[in-house]
Design a protein around this ligand. Structure first.
Ligand SMILES: Cc1ncc(COP(=O)(O)O)c(C=O)c1O
Length: 412
């Protein structure tokens, strides 16, 4: 073997959410209890509804076990069309949908279709960490804008407009291939305001930048918030919606996501065709899972029942964890109203811990509570907590976090 076997881009293959797995495994082997609040995996606490499991099993018995149509089976595409029509009054065309192995595969398709070495994408921080890893792995450069904590983690749209004007003046705007937002947001739990979405759509349109909206938590909204899909706001302009079965349908392990790319103009037709080419290159998505998700979407009654239970439990857990965090003198957090994450700010100046790495590492080893460091999301003054578990488990973890902070407090 030569001295350098690994590619340069593979250096970006990092997932901060899973970086402590080895330590967790060894703690568990030693018989230690570990509360894992790092992974946003609903089926761990809310078993995937039985009607969806039955649909999966039925698909197997019906012999749906071969490769599927590369862009997704028509039964699932039809269910997605019905979902968008029912929930958002949006007419999705059958050829505008590409089914992917989770949004995760959709992100890599987007980059494969759009990003040449040195091209850029606008990403808002704190960001869902995969946007950054995948973009960098695919040779792209992030242009970082911000969700503004002092503004409830919404976006200061004027600052985005100014940044794009600057890029235009520097003749670099043509390198910017897309701008991606997450609504509701991971890791902040914010549901973006409609007025902000309208501004963002205008900015993308005025600058000729493709707008991508990751709406994987679109039904996990609470505390009275209202979610607006970008597909309604950006109706007349090129855009991509990313969504999937992982969270709303409580089926992360099925690995079913989808992209909706309305054919608005020559460029979006080119993009959609290229995404279909990419889908054909990887042949197929899990076939029985596609049938199961079609049933999950079409059985509105069962879905609504399961969703109501899950979302009300998440609302209780998130609000409880938020209160406990804000009662801790070293932490503070903006209350989320969507998804199931909370992103507390840490007052490191009052703690004998140098940064979020040290906090997450020591908390895990000494208290058996696993969180994720904020720097993995571009927010080094923060830590991320998955607030899916019920109050009893979260309460235990919060007690441990309180003790840990008190023990590591600087003497004043
Ligand atoms: C904002 C966001 N997008 C995408 C994903 C990944 O989704 P999928 O399971 O569809 O690959 C996640 C998972 O946590 C997420 O939080």
């Amino acid at each position: 073997m030569h001295g350098h076997i690994l590619s340069r881009r593979s250096a970006f293959a990092k997932n901060s959410i899973l970086e402590e797995e080895r330590i967790v495994e060894s703690l568990k082997k030693k018989g230690r209890k570990v509360i894992e609040l790092n992974r946003g995996d609903p089926p761990v606490y809310f078993p995937t509804p039985k009607y969806i499991i039955d649909a999966y099993v039925n698909a197997l018995h019906a012999n749906h076990t071969g490769y599927s149509r590369a862009e997704g089976v028509f039964e699932l595409i039809d269910a997605i069309q019905r979902r968008y029509s029912r929930m958002y009054n949006i007419a999705v065309h059958e050829h505008d949908v590409i089914v992917t192995a989770g949004i995760t595969e959709g992100l890599s398709f987007l980059n494969a279709a759009l990003i040449n070495e040195g091209d850029a994408a606008v990403i808002f921080s704190p960001y869902y960490n995969q946007y950054m890893s995948q973009l960098r792995m695919d040779g792209g450069i992030p242009i970082l804008e911000r969700y503004d904590e002092s503004n409830g983690w919404n976006i200061d749209t004027e600052s985005v407009r100014r940044s794009l004007s600057r890029l235009k003046a520097q003749k670099r705007l043509h390198k910017v291939k897309y701008m991606i937002i997450t609504n509701p947001n991971n890791p902040t739990g914010t549901v973006l305001k409609r007025s902000v979405l309208e501004e963002i759509a205008d900015i993308a349109n005025d600058n000729g930048v493709l707008l991508v909206s990751d709406e994987i938590y679109d039904e996990i909204v609470y505390n009275g918030a209202r979610f607006t899909t970008m597909s309604r706001i950006a109706k007349g302009m090129p855009h991509v919606i990313l969504n999937g079965a992982s969270k709303d349908y409580d089926a992360t392990g099925f690995r079913i996501g989808y992209m909706i790319v309305p054919e608005r103009d020559r460029l979006s037709i080119q993009l959609k065709d290229k995404l279909a080419d990419l889908a054909r290159v990887r042949l197929s998505v899990n076939t029985p899972a596609q049938y199961a998700v079609a049933e999950a979407m079409n059985n509105v009654k069962e879905h609504n029942r399961a969703l109501r239970n899950m979302v009300s439990s998440i609302e209780r857990s998130v609000n409880y964890a938020t209160k406990r965090i804000n009662d801790n003198p070293y932490l503070s957090v903006v209350r989320p109203n969507g998804a199931f994450y909370i992103l507390p700010r840490v007052d490191f100046s009052s703690l004998k811990l140098k940064d979020d790495h040290e906090l997450v590492d020591k908390l895990l080893k000494s208290e058996g509570v696993q969180l994720t460091r904020g720097s993995g999301f571009g927010a080094p003054s923060h830590i991320r907590i998955v607030a899916l578990p019920p109050k009893e488990i979260l309460g235990y973890a919060m007690d441990k976090i309180d003790d840990f902070c008190a023990r590591n407090a600087r003497k004043r």
